[in-house]
Design a protein around this ligand. Structure first.
Ligand code: EPU
Length: 333
């Protein structure tokens, strides 16, 4: 295994910020995983995929195990198993091209398969937890593999056991239950509008194509404009907060939450940020995207600290104006 010292991660994070780590190893296969030094402590390790959900604000005194993109997918009946390094969108297209449904709403979510269960990726009314059967992890300290069932993953909105309890684990493979007769969910307004306007047949492949088109129309491509997708989670509001905000803002968007809090409502973090004037706002090279206020962007050479400063400023404004505390979806390090 080739271990690099003092490696700069600027090309390895989609916000394109400078960040030097102590040690770095590229992981292309299970045998690379197995060659990792066993004595790395949990607090010293950082497992990095496509780097689309990180904001690095300082150099990292860590060993970075960088899972490199490599497509490897197998299928036995309804069980589709993918290597962690498979690009998530490639898995979505692989499935819909074979007439298998379940993840078509999650088309074009950036990142690799191994990162998907970590934060229970979701979009347009679907989360990976809805189809996930098991996650295989590699324990780099013992050299053993272990499988967690969907229940053991303890999924909730953008959350999982992998965030609750840090363990010496690297996700190695993910198994999904994808079927040719699974239900199609086009309940989200932008999706139902798309099918109404185009008159297209509602198939898995067409849903993936629709989601791809909708996302491309409002989310920036990190290759063109560095970003890390939604920067904050959508906050869950209680009745009291809703009533208080609605006194001044009748148009407060409200969406039912997923099953973990059936009686609560989520609002749109993008809407809150837009009301505070952050849509398209820019401070030096750090900014919020002009077509979607939830996306923090790097217009050039913004440092991680500058991006964090702007994000914190936005958080403070939202807290002052609405009494709502935004929580980062992106991992700030
Ligand atoms: N909105 C604004 N201003 C904006 C953008 C949106 O007011 O600048 C309002 C819109 O009116 C809309 C509402 O916010 O009604 C929701 O916007 P959108 O449909 O774009 O979804 P979102 O809540 O911003 C979430 C996920 C996305 C996922 C979409 C679609 C989170 C934090 N983000 O975004 O996931 O693709 O729903 O389901 O839950 C990601 O996780 O990186 C991500 C992009």
């Amino acid at each position: 295994m080739n271990i690099l010292e003092q490696h700069n991660l600027i090309d390895d994070n989609t916000l394109a910020v400078d960040c030097v780590c102590n040690q770095y190893a590229a992981i292309n296969s299970l045998s690379d995983l197995e060659a990792l030094p066993k004595n790395i402590k949990i607090t010293e390790m950082l497992v990095l995929g496509s780097g689309s959900n990180f904001l690095f604000t300082q150099d990292l005194p860590r060993f970075v195990a960088h899972i490199k993109p490599r497509k490897y997918i197998t299928q036995v009946d309804n069980l589709v198993v993918a290597w962690a390094g498979t690009v998530w969108h490639d898995l979505v297209m692989w499935s819909v091209n074979r007439g298998l449904g379940g993840i078509e709403n999650l088309a074009l979510i950036p990142g690799l398969v191994g990162a998907a269960p970590f934060q229970n990726i979701g979009a347009y009314g679907v989360e990976i937890k809805d189809v996930l059967v098991w996650v295989e992890v590699y324990n780099w300290q013992t050299g053993l593999y272990h499988r967690l069932s969907s229940k053991e993953c303890m999924f909730s909105y953008r959350h999982s056991v992998f965030k609750y309890h840090e363990q010496p684990w690297i996700i190695s493979r993910v198994a999904l239950d994808l079927r040719n007769n699974s239900d199609i969910n086009i309940s989200y307004q932008p999706l139902s509008d798309y099918f109404e306007e185009t008159g297209k047949e509602v198939t898995y492949a067409n849903v993936a194509a629709a989601v791809t088109q909708i996302r491309q129309s409002k989310l920036p491509d990190p290759e063109q404009l560095p970003n890390a997708g939604s920067f904050f989670k959508n906050p869950v509001l209680n009745d009291q907060q809703i009533r208080r905000i609605q006194r001044r803002h009748k148009d407060l968007p409200l969406f039912p939450t997923t099953s973990d809090q059936p009686e609560a409502y989520k609002t749109s973090a993008a809407w809150l940020l837009e009301q505070c004037g952050f849509k398209g706002f820019r401070e030096g090279d750090a900014g919020f995207y002009d077509k979607h206020a939830l996306v923090l962007v790097n217009h050039g050479r913004a440092s991680g600290k500058e991006l964090l400063k702007l994000a914190n400023q936005a958080k403070r404004m939202v807290k002052n104006k609405f009494g709502v505390v935004l929580e980062e979806e992106v991992r700030v390090m």
